[in-house]
Design a protein around this ligand. Sequence first.
Ligand code: CUA
Length: 319
Amino acid sequence: MWDQLRESLPLFPDAASTIAGEVDTLYFFLVATSLFFSGLIFVLIFYFMLKYRRRSEDEIPAEIEGSTVLEIAWSIVPFVIVMIMFGWGSWLYVKNGRSPANAMDMHVVGKQWMWKLQHPEGKREINELHVPIGRPVRLIMTSEDVIHSFFVPAFRIKQDVLPGRYTTVWFEATKLGEYHLFCAEYCGTEHSLMIGKVHVMTQADYERWLMSGEGESTTSAGERLFSELRCDTCHRPDGVGRGPVLDRVFGSQRLMRNGERVIADESYLRESILTPQQRVLTGYRPVMPTFQGQVNEEQVLELISYIKTLGGDSAGRAR
Ligand code: CUA
């Protein structure tokens, strides 16, 4: 039903993801409720205006004391309605907040004024994102400068992209085609030009597209960086290095020197690379130098995707 309604109304963007229908149903409910009560109030105003109009010059209306029943009714009814909106909205938000475990990770780096995207196989894109249909895609996003926001109306997803930390959002495309990508956070002079396209392709087309053009995978780029930056001199797999062994570190719980317990997710790994002194693992001395300025955000993401594969288990997930 909603599908036909949506297609007959050019006001709504394409619905091309698994969550679009649910989001729209909620949205229609909000709009319909607002229209219904706005209409009701208008009708009542005009009705009472006519009904209680002054009929003669010296007419004096009867005094009204108020009505407890009426007051309770107009408090309870709106309360119930907004609680439905709240409950429904938060249920949807929580339900769609977690990405499925089999999602493929893509890296997104926002920068004034462009989107830089990288596929797990290593292919890079600017302001364009090619994705296969029917597969959940998780975006791990950060910014090199100011706050941006990754917005694809057709997928009904919008997530702020912040400097200095990772945010994630996921979607599964359900319809082939091209869809708008916007930056939805004012980020400077050319904010309005920070736009792009998402191309939803069949799995076969996507694989063909991936094969065209060179590029090493994010994991092997990370591995190369790992040895170029000499990370391997301290983080030795045999455990005799000055730094902790990184096998199976991703997703594990780490005990810090200050007693704090931390899950080694993407954000923790990023922090450990850029500001290693911030939190030091128990049993180790704070000897690791910072790599701030030596690696950019894309390289940090490559290092992390390499570290995730160490120990052969990359099933752990952040968030
Ligand atoms: Cu980036 Cu607006």
